[in-house]
Design a protein around this ligand. Structure first.
Ligand SMILES: C[S@@+](CC[C@H](N)C(=O)[O-])C[C@H]1O[C@@H](n2cnc3c(N)ncnc32)[C@H](O)[C@@H]1O
Length: 290
């Protein structure tokens, strides 16, 4: 075991080096699946950093998406956390079910399935949990949308493709600013991301990664399902004027009073969705799902 300066512990036996990772994959007869984003962490410093950013405490409840070879899961368990994890790949799931799960029968709750269907990996309590995950890149945005529907985790430490991290943290006026940026800003303090070198993964991905840290706001604001759908739809026409988008919207009569609220904030009808800040979106009337 290695102890970090912040007090979390890290299992020195993790399959971290590229050669250990290759050997384990060979033993399992497994070829990394690009479509499933199988780029495994091989850098202990990044694992340690993830735990530090999460302010991991013994007995924390942690949801992990895509445990893969169990590198991050082992570190979380060694540090005293309870871990709920979901793995889509049957071979990787079975390997963990036969190795890590019996080692931690009361602490490692592993399920086989799709994180889009089980975004909290089977974790059933309403609050007091964290998410720490090296996310499969293909699902990062739809999965995050599901998490933002609540119940919200206290903290998230997410390894993301740089482009996804840019979307998650974009501000008004930026080309990456979209519905997901609005939803995240409404509920989370977005801490500066850390760039992660491609060499920290095996196989080496052809994209850059960012370790993103989100901390729930004490007054986290929640858009309901119909509001989220409306905001998403508005952003598909991000360069049109909000006045005309509202007037042509199928819920125009419900949405029109919002234009007055926006005007009171100094946001005229000629403003494009991509330039509307969070305080404007928050004034959208509560909509009922149709
Ligand atoms: C980037 S790898 C991370 C592996 C491991 N956590 C690590 O850090 O080395 C992503 C993992 O997510 C799994 N995965 C991909 N799509 C998934 C999905 N829809 N639901 C659950 N797991 C998924 C992959 O099989 C893979 O194990």
């Amino acid at each position: 075991m290695l102890a970090s300066s912040e007090g979390v512990t890290l299992n020195a036996d993790m399959p971290l080096s590229p050669s250990d990772t290759r050997a384990l994959l060979e033993r399992l007869g497994h070829r990394p699946n690009k479509r499933l984003g199988q780029n495994f962490l091989i850098d202990g410093n990044i694992v340690r950093k993830s735990l530090e950013l999460a302010y991991l405490q013994p007995d924390d409840c942690v949801v992990e998406i895509g445990p893969g070879l169990g590198t991050l899961s082992s570190a979380l368990l060694e540090a005293g956390a309870q871990v709920w994890a979901i793995e889509f790949d049957p071979r990787l799931h079975d390997n963990l079910a036969n190795t890590l799960a019996p080692e931690w029968p009361d602490k490692f709750h592993l399920i086989h399935g799709d994180a889009i269907d089980h975004p909290r990996a089977g974790f059933a309590l309403q609050n007091n949990y964290k998410i720490i995950a090296n996310l499969p890149y293909a699902i990062s945005t739809p999965w995050m949308e599901k998490i933002l529907a609540g119940p919200l985790p206290d903290r998230l430490v997410l390894m993301l493709q740089k482009e996804a991290a840019d979307r998650f943290t974009a501000t008004p006026g930026h080309k990456n600013y979209g519905a997901i940026s609005v939803f995240i800003e409404a509920s989370y303090q977005r801490r500066p991301g850390h760039r992660v070198a491609r060499q920290c993964f095996y196989p080496t991905p052809d994209v850059d990664s960012t370790l993103l840290h989100l901390e729930r706001l004490p007054d986290a604001f929640h858009f309901n399902t119909a509001q989220r759908e409306t905001i998403r739809a508005i952003f598909t026409q991000r360069r049109k004027q909000i006045g005309s988008l509202v007037n042509k919207h199928q819920r125009a009569s419900e949405l029109r009073p919002w234009l007055k609220e926006l005007a009171a904030l100094g946001i005229p009808e000629t403003t494009r969705p991509e330039a509307i800040p969070l305080n404007g979106w928050r004034k959208m009337p509560v909509l009922v799902s149709s």
